[in-house]
Design a protein around this ligand. Structure first.
Ligand code: GDP
Length: 310
């Protein structure tokens, strides 16, 4: 789709940002290079575990490498490293599938952003708006986190900063589903290209929140059949493997179509990118590699593998 392609094209030029965003993970994994030079696979799985690839993937990768060595397919440390990179890439592409946004052909496309507070939901929404605005896309934001006044204010700042329109209801008793429904209807009426829906982010263990998200999704679909086109779950990268449980819970209830993994610049636990895709079979669509406006990068599996194993 046009919107999706715009994002994808931009992705190619930002490999450097992605590379620097994964510096901590890369540093932590640099030991793998040395281990493989000495064909030391026993310590390689440990090195992968340190970066939160998780036991399942770490052992599976090393088992594959052992087999290929036994079969005489790999003849040097460099070849083993290439095989390791290929394993990770295969995992990401076979399990995750398409990391391009699927926004359909009809206007407006609707993206619902979900996730727990503090994970980077509002910031990511703002950065997404910035990306799209730069490509000439007409963006409408919907302040669906009516639970926290600060969230509304923050989103308003992002709307100003990115020159986006926003639908907001400052009434204390405002219902998120009513804000989102209004926004989608306005998006349709005024021919916006894209409606970005923020949602509440109280703890995921809070049943009320999950019910609320389901209602929001239904209301959006009612206002515009086929919408939302994407439900993106924002996950805090610094939590590493702990994000898996949260991802499962959100997915079970609302049906997630893609992940946004944030704060990967601040952690050596970048292997969780691979784990979450493997465990849930859902693609990572964007990753946050800093606090700047341009620090939300479309996920590119090849660039990711190069960034952690140059
Ligand atoms: P929300 O409660 O989920 O809406 O979280 P916010 O969007 O307010 O983000 C929480 C904090 O994380 C803010 O200080 C953001 O600047 C910061 N943050 C979000 N994404 C990233 C990222 O990719 N990298 C870094 N370093 N910080 C981030």
């Amino acid at each position: 789709t046009r919107l999706g392609r715009l994002i994808k094209e931009k992705a190619k030029s930002d490999v450097d940002k992605l590379f620097s965003g994964f510096s901590k993970t890369r540093e932590s994994l640099s030991v793998v290079d040395e281990l493989l030079t000495y064909w030391n696979l026993a310590d390689t799985d440990r090195a992968l575990l340190v970066s939160d690839f998780g036991p399942k993937i770490s052992f599976r990768i090393v088992d594959t490498l052992r087999e290929e060595i036994r079969d005489g397919k790999l003849k040097s440390g460099a070849e083993i490293k290439e095989a390791l990179k290929r394993c990770i890439l295969e995992l990401l592409t076979s399990k995750g599938g398409n990391s391009e946004l699927q926004l359909g052909f009809r206007k407006p496309a609707v993206i619902m952003i979900v996730g727990v507070n503090g994970g980077g939901k509002t910031t990511s929404l703002g950065k997404l708006a910035y990306r799209f605005k730069n490509e000439g896309v007409k963006v409408l934001m919907a302040a669906g986190d009516t639970f926290r006044a600060a969230a509304r204010d923050q989103l308003e700042v992002w709307a100003e900063r990115t020159g986006s329109e926003i639908v907001i209801d400052n009434d204390k008793k405002a219902k998120p589903e009513s804000v989102l429904s209004q926004a989608v209807k306005r998006g349709k009426r005024e021919e916006f290209d894209l409606v970005l829906c923020d949602t509440s982010g109280r703890l995921h263990t809070n049943y009320g929140l999950m019910e609320e998200l389901v209602t929001c999704k239904k209301v959006i679909a009612k206002a515009l059949p086929g919408a939302p086109n994407e439900i993106l779950l924002v996950l805090d990268g610094t939590t590493g493997l702990n994000m898996l449980q949260q991802a499962k819970e959100f997915n079970d209830v609302v049906g997630v179509t893609g992940f946004i993994l944030t704060k990967l610049d601040g952690t050596a636990r970048g292997g969780c990118v691979v784990s979450v895709v493997d465990e849930l079979g859902i693609p990572v669509k964007f990753i946050g590699v800093g606090e700047g406006l341009e620090d939300l990068q479309p996920f590119d599996a090849e660039a990711f593998v190069e960034a952690i194993f140059p």
